[in-house]
Design a protein around this ligand. Structure first.
Ligand SMILES: O=C(CO)[C@H](O)[C@H](O)COP(=O)(O)O
Length: 217
């Protein structure tokens, strides 16, 4: 079954501790932390000082998605703040390979992220060096958007490359994911699903997480 990563972008920002502990108790497999700089995406969220404050309050794996222009500038800070994985967008830097090397050198798992307008071919040379690929299933910047089904063929293409070359990376999806949209993504090979509004907007977040698990058994 797919691993579910609630996105704290949809949590209550003055009640992070309550909202993070709540999803931990509700069966979340990891925690997705969305960092937005107001430049790579039109929205802003928070930086590494917030991540450092989150680290001691949860045992969940911290999956940090940097929606940040030139993320190399901040990799060491996010690694020191307690990230378990750091994701960087191929569209956000001239030196994606260096950025991924910096992440691994900091002792953290490395992820490359692609926007809906970016083809898989653009990251093919990087696949031997990553622990996870994030396929954005909305244009990044905001929670609560509609899932883009055209992205399923990209998940399948990554799965095919993974099998053909015996690569070892997780495939994560992010944006508009719920217990319905997750099904075809899982069938195409997605292994981790980020869910913001579907989990935090639910009357019963534990049931929402369970429904995603059940839909992918
Ligand atoms: O990266 C993101 C936005 O850029 C969020 O993680 C994503 O949108 C999750 O929100 P939702 O599940 O409500 O679509």
């Amino acid at each position: 079954m797919i691993k579910v990563a609630p996105s704290i972008l949809s949590a209550n920002f003055v009640n992070f501790e309550r909202d993070i502990k709540m999803v931990e108790k509700s069966g979340a497999d990891l925690l997705h932390v969305d960092v937005m700089d107001g430049q790579f995406v039109p929205n802003m969220s928070f930086g590494w000082t917030t991540l450092a404050a989150i680290r001691p309050i949860t045992n969940l794996f911290l999956d940090v998605h940097l929606m940040v222009q030139n993320p190399e500038r901040y990799i060491d800070q996010f690694a020191k703040a307690g990230a378990d994985l750091i994701g960087v967008h191929v569209e956000a830097t001239q030196h994606i390979h260096r950025a991924l090397q910096m992440i691994r050198n900091a002792g953290v798992k490395a992820e490359v992220v692609i926007n809906p307008g970016t083809p898989v071919s653009q990251i093919e040379p990087l696949l031997p060096f990553v622990d996870q690929v994030l396929v954005m299933t909305v244009n990044p910047g905001f929670g609560g958007q509609k899932f883009l089904p055209e992205m399923i063929s990209k998940i399948q293409a990554l799965t095919d490359l993974k099998k053909a070359n015996d690569y070892d990376f997780e495939i994560e999806i992010d944006g508009g994911v719920n217990d319905k949209t997750v099904v075809d993504c899982y069938k195409a090979g997605a292994t981790v699903a980020v869910a913001g509004s579907f989990v935090y907007g639910a009357e019963n977040p534990a049931a929402a997480i369970e429904s995603m698990h059940n839909a992918t058994r």
